[in-house]
Design a protein around this ligand. Structure first.
Ligand code: F6P
Length: 535
């Protein structure tokens, strides 16, 4: 019997069992917790028992996770549909690292660009690089997808370390985004970073031109207040950005894996090079853990296996990421791209249809806000949503330590409630204490039952620092990679975004008046509505 079949059989056999029953094993909480440095992953509040873990670890081994991991780290071209290596890990590799692609060590150039980006960021922060009106007060990062979500999320996450110019992130082609951002900014003291791996992305290039036009009327040399992060030097030159203001990276860094290099320029500007180095050190520590720890103790592997268990084995189609950390408010959005652009594929690496479901729908919001919005469904809806909680032991506001206690209590309370639930007897006792009886007591009690037995994991760490953030992001990157390897997916291409882009390019002129007869009736009617209402 295949491991997949054995896992399915084992899952069915344990279906009636309550997760709470697994805690009859007094060692479970410790046994189903793994650590990397000071970070701890508790997956004991899931229905994974020792046998399931054994099978899952065997699945990871059989799927060739170790070989794929080593191939990735060594620079092999594992992104087979684009013929590229996958080396985001090179961006945070140690000083002595030598990593070859096609026989050439890629590290010297990578270090040179990083040093230039650091120098640029520090020069801006120190007022050595200025705008027409003096020191740079505001920086706008124009990018989308991986050229936005990573740095925007990380900039918010590391707010306690901000001691540079104010950072603004503009991504949407909706003119409202850039218009609202530019409002109130002084073009004479604003720096614009155009962040685009390809430098062709329509949203980014449109917003970049809008920013340049905004500046042009008021600043004599707008080019002096622009910088670019891109792999396409010819295109950045065409746009008018001086070569010394362009920070390149290679095509073997995927957009959604690019925050560690020059795409992180906004973060470098906000927190400085030293903090950025700590961020890289955290990721490096997770890389080392991923490469060295045995699978049953390996955080990225375990998180991936928990994901496979919940999605492909138990059939839970979505996964909620719930950081009890306001500064990780953008983490769910970042993880949506990371997971769904990487593993949302219907075809395996070899071109055949996937035998199982692709990666899950990822969604979430910070706690405690989500509690007052969608947790109702998580607790009492008919679908099970595996939850991933994140929590720091300590906040950054010593005067508000009591608020952090409340935050932590809420986080733990939610995973406890999901686990334990509330039985009909308990609900009946509550209603009886309120003076109800008979049929009304029964009716009201049923509304107050929580089924419980709902799985969650908790990732807990001492404090959200640059180092911790690096660990967390690298953990999730490798988790997505391991899931992809197990499912046979190439996690590093994104062909699924292309068709919409092509059709949008064709539809622009149609909305403006060109012939719409080739379009389907619904699209024709929508175009007609737009034409009628756009005058
Ligand atoms: O359309 C998807 C995508 O290619 C992402 O993978 C990428 O992160 C984003 O667009 C932005 O691309 P670029 O950095 O080339 O502008």
């Amino acid at each position: 019997m295949s491991l997949w079949s054995e896992l399915a059989k084992h899952q069915r056999a344990g279906e009636g069992r309550h997760i709470l029953d697994l805690f009859e094993d007094a060692g479970r909480a410790a046994d189903f917790t793994a650590t990397a440095g000071e970070m701890r992953l508790d997956y004991s509040k899931t229905n994974i028992d020792a046998r399931a873990r054994e099978l899952l670890v065997a699945l990871a081994e059989e799927s060739g996770v170790a070989a794929a991991r080593d191939a990735m780290f060594s620079g092999a071209k594992i992104n087979e549909t684009e013929g590229r290596a996958v080396l985001h890990v090179a961006q945070r590799a140690g000083d002595a690292a030598v990593i070859e692609v096609d026989g050439t060590d890629v590290m010297p150039e990578l270090r040179e660009v990083r040093a230039r980006a650091y120098a640029f960021a520090e020069d801006v922060r120190a007022g050595r690089i200025v705008g027409q009106g003096g020191a740079i007060t505001d920086v706008i990062n124009i990018g989308i997808g991986g050229s936005d979500l990573g740095p925007a999320m990380a900039t918010l996450a590391l707010a306690p370390w901000h001691d540079g110019p104010r950072l603004h992130y503009v991504s949407n082609v909706d003119g409202a985004h850039i218009a609202d951002t530019l409002k109130g900014l002084n073009p004479e003291t604003t720096l614009v970073i155009v962040a685009s791996k390809t430098f062709t992305t329509i949203e980014t290039m449109t917003n970049a031109r809008t920013a340049r036009d905004w500046m042009a009327g008021l600043v004599a040399d707008p080019g002096a207040q622009f910088a670019a992060v891109s792999t396409a030097r010819d295109k950045t030159a065409e746009f008018g950005i001086a070569p010394e203001r362009v920070f390149g990276f290679a095509d073997w860094v995927g957009g959604r894996y690019s925050v560690w290099g020059p795409i992180g320029l906004g973060l470098m500007l906000a927190v400085g090079a030293a903090r950025f180095e700590e961020f890289l050190a955290g990721a490096r520590a997770m890389d080392q853990h991923f490469c060295a720890a045995e699978f049953a103790q390996n955080l990225p592997v375990l998180l991936a296996l928990v994901g496979i268990w919940h999605n492909q084995i138990c059939g839970h189609a979505t996964r909620a990421v719930l950081p009890y950390d306001q500064r990780l408010a953008r983490l769910p959005a970042y993880l949506q791209q990371l997971e769904m652009e990487s593993n949302g594929k219907r075809v395996a690496m070899d071109g055949r249809d996937l035998e199982r479901q692709s990666g899950p729908v990822v969604w979430g919001e910070p706690g405690t806000n989500g509690q007052h919005a969608f947790y109702q469904l998580i607790h009492q809806g008919t679908r099970v949503v595996p939850c991933e909680f994140l929590l720091a032991a300590k906040g950054h506001e010593p005067d508000l330590a009591h608020q952090h206690q409340l935050l932590a209590a809420n986080c733990l309370a939610q995973s406890e409630a999901l686990l334990r639930g509330r039985s009909l007897e308990e609900a009946r006792a509550i209603m009886a204490a309120k003076g109800l009886d008979g049929a009304e007591l029964d009716r009201q009690a049923r509304h107050r039952v929580f089924p419980g037995n709902r799985p969650s994991t908790t990732l807990i760490y001492p404090q959200l620092t640059p180092f911790t953030l690096g660990q967390i992001l690298a953990l999730y990157e490798h988790r997505v990679f391991v899931e992809g390897v197990i499912l046979g997916i190439n996690s590093f291409d994104q062909w699924g975004v292309e068709l919409g882009k092509e059709l949008a390019t064709a539809l622009g002129p149609v909305i403006a008046g060109a012939d719409a007869s080739e379009k389907d009736p619904s699209t024709r009617a929508l175009v007609a509505y737009l034409r009628a209402h756009q005058d």
